[in-house]
Design a protein. Structure first.
Length: 801
């Protein structure tokens, strides 16, 4: 039989194909006969890189020659996810790449699967930084992202019978075709009396459908060349090398804690390291353009992503005063005109505070500056609010007591012109609670900018069948102007369209079912309701409440109740030192083990814990979600962004009035959202009267039965002690008010079951969720930052080279 003729390669595909062949020889030094899949992945990436370099170089040229005002986004985390497919979509080359791969006997899917993802973030905050980079490029805004090039990103999670196990993420082990080292841009940073050098590594961030490619600049720590020359001369070679290794550990690993665990010396060193390098880089750019340092704030707007880079307030002061000879008052006006700060949490235990001794050891000059900022700040307060020493103590940059500490959030607020929260409720609570005193002092400093997600990665890349259906139904504008999704509304009652919608959703669910089978070995029914909670594991996010609900469902099914088939899918990492979060994973795994083999379930309940939730896995999960679980204790989730990704892809939400859920519900309509639970205000009132879970539990036979079943060892091979800490916590203090919301959660879940049984109505609600979610584009968030905070305008880039 004749071999099948290869598909004809389109012209651009032809160019990609030739570039791939060339790189196999010139970059990988191989012939086709020896090439591995990874070699081919590298070649395709390099071929794509060759194409995007034009935009990158032209963008840098344009920004330099036009002396543009520039936004810089400082973040300890950038959870980028894989680059290849995103870059292909931005360049409009996805089809061409698929054709080029085919011509080589490969598939684009295999290539994409080869790419290790840069997991340089923990969760929401890091992913937000990545979405924002992409939106800034798409909106043609001059912007630079500054962060740390961690050699090891967020740990890899494996799931065994005992729950989570961690292993390292050596994402750079096989090289990284997406970065360029810039050894000419490296800066010294003095930490604890020793100098560390930060070397720039640049990654291009392409805008969608424009010629702009901005830069993400990540710093890697290097010991200085003449490192510890003294001990080397003295013959202590080994000691010199050890010291060298020590200073290079600065950018070794991302701390895997979000919200919790503090006070680590290395963590503070990481913060000053990347902040100082970034600010020195800005001074270098200023100088190279002949702009005086007193114009710093006209050239740059600096956004602090939470308090992790808040040391920038003191470091910018230090550089202005000590290095550039500016006087204090001028330096302070420049600093506060430059910096703005985004807060991402209300949880008091998550607020960064560094012990004075540690600070003094590592950063004595910066501490001196902080004391001076504080002295001047308190002086003005004393005049404005005479006779209120408690107020001054509450506002001070220094927390008094036996262990005095620097409050980084206070430093950030005092050193910024604008402070924003990330959803309306969160921003209101910031003003009413966490920063209430500051809001009295500076009422106009506080504002809200609700988070968003990029529709390129979270719709066009993650869900090609949905993207194609949208293109067909409402044109292609939605990808740059997500509000255009509104045009879908009339189609929500169009039978023909709903059928195609169903088809798209089935495809996504079948794709996820295949992944589940691969990753867990469990077969799930793609026609069952996919009920999904993926996010970091945290008590305030209440995965344990969802787990209790699953146990209740199991009991009801065993008792013969007729409930529609559900597949309940969990995913997310627990901080390695967070015992309760790990126990919650252990519970879900134990439940899955028993429930998935129980013949009494008769295919009506499956429980899955998908290991190693990541950007890559998220791209497979979000499109396949029927029910989005957003069930945090009201007032605790600053915004959430997974909620937006799911709703955008047509999921219905079951959720509390927390974070951006409130705004999602307002937009999609209360008929298309399953609301339950106490509000933040109601919980505050309950707290004032003294909360106890027992009265709630005593009136709830089903909840008691579920808790007893867990306590009996049913999901732990007879071990009655394993889950004791979790159950005892729920029944005694229940800090996250699970028991207060459990009954109403069950009611809402019952409504979900009935709604699911009317497939036509469910589809209509699904369409309306997508149609009404355009607001949650990160383009809209970034437009707000640019207009209201940064005052940065677009600078279109033309092809010039
Ligand atoms: C702090 C000190 C020491 C070590 C680690 C940390 C640390 C690291 C990461 C503290 C917090 C984080 C991450 C926080 C985070 O992801 N917050 C989430 O931000 C999202 C984007 O705004 C919101 O949508 C989420 O609601 C919020 O939880």
């Amino acid at each position: 039989m004749a071999s099948p003729t290869p598909a004809p390669c389109p012209p651009k595909g032809q160019a990609l194909l030739e570039a791939m062949r060339r790189h196999l020889f010139s970059s990988q030094a191989k012939s086709a006969s020896l090439a591995t899949i990874h070699d081919h992945y590298v070649c395709l990436s390099l071929a794509v890189r060759d194409i995007l370099l034009t935009s990158w170089v032209d963008t840098a040229d344009t920004y330099t020659s036009q002396h543009v005002r520039t936004a810089t986004y400082m973040s300890a985390e950038f959870l980028l996810g894989p680059h290849l497919e995103n870059n292909l979509v931005s360049l409009g080359l996805r089809e061409e790449a698929a054709a080029a791969c085919e011509a080589l006997g490969l598939t684009l899917e295999e290539m994409l699967a080869e790419e290790p993802e840069p997991g340089l973030g923990n969760g929401g905050l890091g992913r937000l930084a990545a979405c924002f980079q992409e939106s800034m490029a798409t909106l043609e805004l001059p912007a630079i992202g500054y962060g740390i090039r961690y050699e090891f990103g967020i740990f890899r999670q494996q799931i065994g019978p005992n729950g989570q196990m961690e292993s390292t993420d050596p994402w750079l082990a096989r090289g990284n075709p997406w970065e360029v080292i810039r050894p000419e841009w490296s800066y010294p940073v003095l930490i604890g009396g020793q100098t560390v050098i930060g070397v720039a590594y640049d990654t291009p961030i392409l805008g969608y459908g424009v010629h702009t490619a901005n830069t993400l600049r990540l710093w890697s720590a290097q010991a200085p060349d003449a490192f510890d020359f003294a001990s080397f001369n003295a013959g202590d070679y080994t000691r010199a090398v050890l010291h060298k290794v020590q200073s290079e550990t600065l950018s070794k690993v991302l701390y895997p804690n979000d919200e919790l665990e503090q006070g680590k010396r290395l963590r503070l060193s990481q913060q000053i390291f990347f902040v100082s390098c970034s600010l020195q880089d800005m001074f270098r750019i200023l100088g190279s353009q002949g702009i005086p340092v007193t114009e710093f704030h006209r050239k740059f707007a600096v956004q602090l992503n939470d308090t992790h880079p808040a040391i920038a307030v003191a470091e910018l002061m230090r550089l202005l005063i000590d290095v550039h000879g500016v006087d204090w008052d001028t330096a302070w006006s420049i600093t506060t005109a430059t910096i703005s700060y985004t807060n991402h949490t209300l949880l008091p235990e998550a607020l960064e505070a560094w012990g004075l001794e540690l600070f003094q050891q590592l950063l004595p000059r910066q501490l001196q500056i902080i004391f001076e900022i504080n002295a001047r700040f308190l002086r003005t307060l004393r005049i404005r609010f005479p006779g209120q020493p408690e107020l001054l103590e509450r506002l001070s940059l220094i927390e008094e007591g036996p262990h005095r500490k620097v409050r980084m959030a206070h430093l950030a607020v005092v050193g910024s012109h604008t402070v924003n929260g990330v959803a309306e409720l969160h921003s209101r609570l910031l003003k009413e609670n966490l920063f209430a005193d500051f809001a009295r002092v500076w009422p106009d400093r506080f504002t809200n900018i609700t988070n968003g997600v990029t529709p390129r990665r979270w719709l066009a890349v993650a869900n090609p069948p949905l993207a194609a259906l949208l293109n067909d139904a409402i044109g292609t504008d939605w990808c740059r102007h997500l509000d255009q999704l509104r045009k879908l509304e009339p189609l929500a009652t169009d039978a023909g369209f709903l059928e195609r919608w169903q088809g798209v959703r089935e495809q996504a669910k079948e794709r996820l079912a295949a992944t589940i089978r691969q990753d867990t070995g469990v077969l799930v029914d793609p026609s069952s309701l996919f009920d999904v909670q993926v996010k970091r594991i945290h008590e305030y996010k209440r995965q344990h409440m969802a787990a209790l609900q699953v146990v209740e469902r199991y009991l009801r099914l065993r008792a013969g109740e007729d409930l529609p088939p559900r597949t309940v899918i969990f995913g997310g990492k627990a901080a390695p030192g967070y015992a309760m979060a790990k126990l919650i994973i252990r519970l879900i795994v134990g439940m899955a083990e028993i429930i998935n083999i129980d013949p009494a379930m008769d295919g009506r309940l499956r429980v899955i814990f998908l290991p190693n939730f990541s950007v890559k896995l998220g791209q497979k999960i979000y499109p396949a979600v029927d029910l989005s679980e957003q069930i945090s204790t009201a007032g605790m989730e600053a915004s959430g962004t997974g909620n937006m990704k799911m709703s955008l892809n047509g999921a219905l939400t079951i959720g509390t009035l927390d974070g951006a859920n409130i705004e999602i519900r307002e937009r999609v309509g209360d008929d298309n959202f399953f609301l339950f639970g106490h509000t933040a205000e109601q919980l505050a009132a309950i707290n004032r009267n003294g909360y106890h879970p027992m009265p709630w539990l005593e009136n709830d036979a089903l909840a008691k039965e579920a808790i007893d079943l867990i306590g009996s060892g049913h999901f732990s091979e007879g071990d009655r002690d394993l889950f004791h800490p979790l159950l005892a916590n729920l029944c005694s203090s229940d800090p996250f008010r699970v028991m207060a919301d459990l009954g109403d959660y069950r009611r809402a879940q019952n409504e979900v079951d009935s709604a699911w049984c009317d497939a036509g109505r469910w589809s209509m609600m699904s369409v309306l969720n997508t149609a009404r979610c355009g607001f949650f584009s990160s383009d809209r968030s970034i437009q707000e930052y640019a207009d209201r905070i940064w005052k940065v305008a677009p600078v279109p880039v033309n092809a010039c080279s």
